[in-house]
Design a protein around this ligand. Sequence first.
Ligand SMILES: [Zn+2]
Length: 85
Amino acid sequence: MLKLSCSSISSSSTANVLCQCGVVLEMKISWTKSNPRRRFLCCKISKARGGCGYFRWYDDEILAHARRVIWGLLKRGKTYELERN
Ligand SMILES: [Zn+2]
């Protein structure tokens, strides 16, 4: 009856993305006016210290999607239906 598959949804999906230095990317939130509350991933090492200068906006769609799925789970509580693609 219970058909939860939360295990496939992980909030740490970005936790093991490495930049060119081989360092786990750091996620930060932008607070600029043009990109308020937008997340981005960047290299932990500053360029001055030899970092690769990696920068990438974190895909909000993935987040929105995950949130939707999680909300669906919370609302339903019991069943989790696969979304149609
Ligand atoms: Zn780097």
